[in-house]
Ligand binder design. Structure first.
Ligand code: NI
Length: 175
């Protein structure tokens, strides 16, 4: 079922999410279904369970070109349960991010360029993956939601904050 997206200021966005212990349960399947359908009706490229009001360590990463991220690479929507970092590159780079919980705002956010991660998939299997570029960025953004952080917390300077309107003008010029 499609759920409302929690908006900045909601307590659930500032809590540390608890790990999912019952991967095959009906509750977890329902949460996965809700997360998928809530994301599907948006132009977002990822969503974390706290954003639909559930403080559990579960995210979906679904990079695809949309009006919000026209240059995003395509990736099958991937459910990641109890995601963790295994490794992070030394290098970071800044690029644009937004968040369905913070409409109207975009910012340049520094993120690790290359990461390796692990998680449990929907079938309960342990998965390890190396991610880079935009998909690594989406993972880091969604992971932050599990530790009570939002992208604004990672911005280095207020100068890197843009309104959605100005951001859209900028990428139109760039495309
Ligand atoms: Ni977000």
């Amino acid at each position: 079922m499609k759920r409302d997206i929690a908006q900045l200021g909601a307590k659930v966005l500032r809590q540390t999410a608890t790990s999912v212990e019952d991967v095959g349960s009906i509750d977890t399947s329902q949460l996965i279904e809700d997360l998928r359908s809530s994301l599907a009706s948006t132009q977002g490229v990822g969503l974390a369970a706290p954003q639909i009001g559930i403080s559990k360590q579960l995210i979906v990463v679904a990079s695809r070109p949309t009006s919000r991220y026209p240059k995003a690479p395509f990736m099958e929507p991937t459910i990641m349960i109890n995601p963790r970092f295994i490794n992070r590159s030394d290098a970071k780079e800044k690029d644009w991010e937004g968040c369905l919980s913070i409409p109207g705002i975009r910012a340049l956010v520094p993120r690790y360029v290359n990461i390796s991660v692990q998680y449990t998939n929907e079938q309960g299997l342990h998965v390890e993956l190396e991610l880079d570029g935009f998909i690594a960025r989406v993972f880091q953004h969604e992971y932050d939601h599990l530790i009570g952080k939002v992208f604004l917390d990672r911005v280095e300077s207020n100068i890197d904050l843009f309104s959605e309107t100005e951001y859209l003008k900028l990428i139109e010029v760039a495309v």
